[in-house]
Design a protein around this ligand. Structure first.
Ligand SMILES: *Cc1c(COP(=O)(O)O)cnc(C)c1O
Length: 391
């Protein structure tokens, strides 16, 4: 059909063809794939809240009371009390005036950047920002300047250059935790720059929210600059165990998004069960149980990384539950992932275009609900599986 099969063949020849794997169980520390029970080492359900009894119960109750669907977009008939309650909870959690829900992180980033920044504005975007930020920049009429990953000095030089002919609003946008390596953005330094150049700072904390900071408020809390972040974007599908995303920020920004963000306006709102579950998850995250789960997660990460290092692997030092083992080429990386799966460990191999060519990786993610003994065994299995693979 019009060349599609040729495109697929070409991807396949380069080891870049992607296929879906079907999970036939719930998403705990173990999942069932093709009838085989495997240790799950590639989930973003970091705290295990996707299967937490209180979260499930909140979801069930909301479905019974409010039905399976919302019946419309937020601006028509689909704005329900459960959406509003979650937005109030998220605004309080991030210390912002207001918050607005989106149906996914992808929809949030594309809508936020499209709606809040217009012609004459300038967006400074980290080179390794998530694809949804990149697409949001494309949808915005603002101009985008990409700065080298985490390079504050290079960003400052770019800002200084641009300031001679400045017109509109300026934004620095960054992932809080970068999804492929798990490293953190240099937020305190970005705060210094945004103050110096009168810019706004937007942090996409998809991987930090719930996981980092003493009370789970994310990268800003972790790095001591939560209140300096102007626009807090985060998702509900990772540590919060559900689905959807939000922006927390100034009331005027939220009001403008309601009026202008196309991904918000032209989409049916999340079904009642989703915001209800997220509200329950948020309570857990902010409470004592959340602190306990984060402690377990940190201990699990330390244990797993120690196992990899004992086997001679290099692991970058950072605070997130994302643990990449860098390889080079797609085929051997996917072969290792396949071998690990056969041995009962589900670790994804990551290939271009998700990461730059020549920097494939096995990317393990840890969960609070993993058992230490399982992780020690998994680390050993990874060490053995990557032996002989170019790194
Ligand atoms: C996962 C992720 C998103 C997308 O969120 P979804 O809710 O899954 O669409 C956006 N930004 C970052 C940094 C992410 O890791």
């Amino acid at each position: 059909m019009i060349g599609w099969q040729n495109q697929l063949n070409s991807l396949d020849q380069r080891g870049l063809l992607r296929r879906l794997r079907t999970v036939t169980s719930d998403q705990g520390a173990y999942v069932e794939i093709d009838g085989q029970r495997v240790l799950l080492l590639c989930s973003n359900n970091y705290l295990g809240l996707a299967t937490h009894p209180k979260v499930i119960e909140a979801s069930r109750k909301a479905t019974s009371r409010f039905g399976a669907g919302s019946g419309g977009s937020r601006l028509i008939s689909g704005s329900m009390s459960c959406h509003q309650r979650l937005e109030e909870g998220l605004a309080a959690f991030k210390g912002s005036e207001r918050a607005l829900l989106f149906n996914s992180g992808y929809a949030a980033n594309s809508g936020i950047l499209q709606a809040l920044f217009e012609e004459g504005d300038l967006i400074f975007s980290d080179a390794l920002n998530h694809a949804s930020i990149i697409d949001g920049c494309r949808l915005s009429k603002a101009r985008t300047v990409i700065y080298p990953h985490g390079d504050v000095a290079a960003l400052e030089t770019l800002m200084a250059q641009e300031s001679s002919h400045r017109k509109g609003r300026w934004l620095i946008v960054t992932d809080g935790v970068f999804s492929m390596d798990g490293d953190s953005a240099p937020l305190p330094e970005l705060v210094r720059l945004k103050n110096r150049y009168d810019a706004l700072l937007m942090v996409d904390d998809a991987h930090g929210t719930g996981v980092l900071g003493a009370s789970g408020r994310g990268s800003g809390e972790h790095l001591g600059c939560l209140t300096e972040i102007d626009l807090h974007m985060g998702t509900l599908g990772k540590a919060l165990g559900g689905a959807g995303a939000y922006l927390a920020g100034p009331a005027a920004a939220i009001e403008l998004l309601i009026n202008r963000a196309r991904s918000f306006i032209f989409s049916t709102s999340l079904p009642p069960a989703v915001p209800a579950a997220a509200s329950a998850a948020l309570e857990i995250v902010a409470g004592e149980e959340g602190a306990h789960l984060r402690q377990r997660l940190r201990e699990n990460r330390t244990l797993f990384v120690a196992g990899l290092r004992a086997g001679g692997l290099t692991v970058i030092e950072h605070s997130s539950p994302i643990v990449p083992v860098i390889t080079v080429d797609p085929e051997p990386t996917m072969a290792v992932s396949q071998r690990l799966l056969a041995e009962g460990y589900f670790v994804q191999g990551i290939r271009p275009p998700t990461v730059p060519s020549g920097s494939c990786r096995l990317r393990a993610t840890l969960m609070a609900v993993h058992q230490p003994a399982d992780l020690s065994a998994a680390a050993q299995a990874v060490v053995q599986a990557v032996q002989g693979v170019p790194r």
